[in-house]
Design a protein around this ligand. Sequence first.
Ligand code: FAD
Length: 354
Amino acid sequence: MDTWVHIVGGGLSGLSLASALAKHQVLPGPVVISEPEPERLAQKTFSFWLTDEEHAFLNPEYTQSKWQVSAEELTISHTGQRFRYGTRSGQHVLDECQAVIASHPQIHQVKEVIDATPKAEHVFDSRPIAPSSFRLIQSFSGTEVEFQRPHHIEAVGLMNRIETTDSGIRFVYVLPLGAKRVLIEHTEFTTKLADLSALQSMNRDYLSGEFSTNPFQTIRTESAHIPMGFRSTASHLGIPIGARGGMTRDATGYGYRTIRYACEAIARDLVTHNQATRYHPSLTTQWADTVFLNLIDQRPDSIPEILLTIARRMTADQFAAFMMMRTPSDVFRILWSAPLKPFTCALIGKYQWI
Ligand SMILES: Cc1cc2nc3c(=O)[nH]c(=O)nc-3n(C[C@H](O)[C@H](O)[C@H](O)COP(=O)(O)OP(=O)(O)OC[C@H]3O[C@@H](n4cnc5c(N)ncnc54)[C@H](O)[C@@H]3O)c2cc1C
C-alpha cells in the first residue's frame, strides 16, 4: 500500500508525531519515519513548565517549584504555585515513543538519510536547519555531574550570573537532578557561534569553584547551537515540524512543550480530517520575541537589567507564563513589567537612546 504519512527525522518532533498517530489503532495507511541516528535524541535533556494537570501528557522525570534569576549581587527567587519546572531526559522520551510506535503494525522506522521529497500522501520534514540561517543563536555546553555528597541546591538557576559579552549575553543554567546530580550549562544568546569548548571549560571552573569540597564525577556532556528565530526561509521536503516548523520559541529556544502539543494536534487533524496542518506561533509572541532579539542584537548591555526587573515585578507563576508566553495577556503582562525606557526605544528603533 502507498505510504500515507512519511516523517523525515525521528528526533523529538518526528517521534512525537508518530507516537501521537500510534494512539489510533487503525490508520488510513502506512506511516514511515526516516532517521539515520535514532539514539541521537538520548543526548539531550528537556526542561519545560507544566501544571499538575499536564503531568501525564508531558511526563517529567523530575519537577521543581523553586527557580531563580541572578546578575552580579542580585538574585530574584521564586516559588511556583500553579506551575512547576519539569525535566526529562532524551532517553526517557525515546523509550516512551519507541515503545508506542513499535507496537503499532502500520508504523515503520527506517534507518536512512532523506534528501529529496519522499512519495507519500503527507510528508513532514523535521531535519535541523543550519546555524547560518539563524537570526540569533543560543550556544550552550552542559556538564552533568554526580557528587559524592548531596549538593543542597534547592532552586533551578534559570539564568544565573547574567552578563554582557561582546556579541550578546552569557549566563549559567543550574539544574538539580536529584540530591546528588546536577546539570550545569554555560549559555550564550549571541550574534555569532560561541566557542562550545570554552563554555565547557567554564562549567568545569564553575563546578570546582562552587563545590570545591564535594568531589564529583562527570556523567555526560551536551552542547548545541539552537536557533533563536530564522533569517531566511529554508525549502522544506513537506510540512515543516519541530524547530524547522517554528515550534521552538525564538526568545528562549525552548520547544519541548510546544512540540508535544502541536504534534498531538497535527496527528488529530490527520486522522480525523486527513488534513496536514502547519503549526503557526502566535503573532503577539513572535512580535514580543522580535523586540527582545533586537535588544540582544543592538544593546546586549540592557538585557541583565531588563530580565531582573521582569523577574522582580512578576509573581512566580507570571514569570513561568512569561517563559511560555501562551496567550496575548502573557505578552502584555511582560510589557507592563518590563522597564519602560529600553522597550520604548526598541519599539521605535532608537537603540542609542537606551
Ligand atoms: C542539546 C539540546 C537541548 C535542548 N533542551 C531543551 C530543553 O531543555 N527544553 C526545551 O523546551 N527545548 C530544548 N531544546 C530545543 C528543542 O526542544 C530541541 O532542539 C528538539 O529536539 C527539537 O526537535 P526537532 O524534532 O525539531 O529536532 P531534533 O530532535 O533534532 O530531530 C531532528 C532529527 O532529524 C534527523 N535528520 C537530520 N537530517 C536528516 C535527513 N537528511 N534525513 C532524515 N533524518 C534527518 C536528525 O538525526 C534528528 O534526529 C534543546 C535542544 C538541544 C539541541
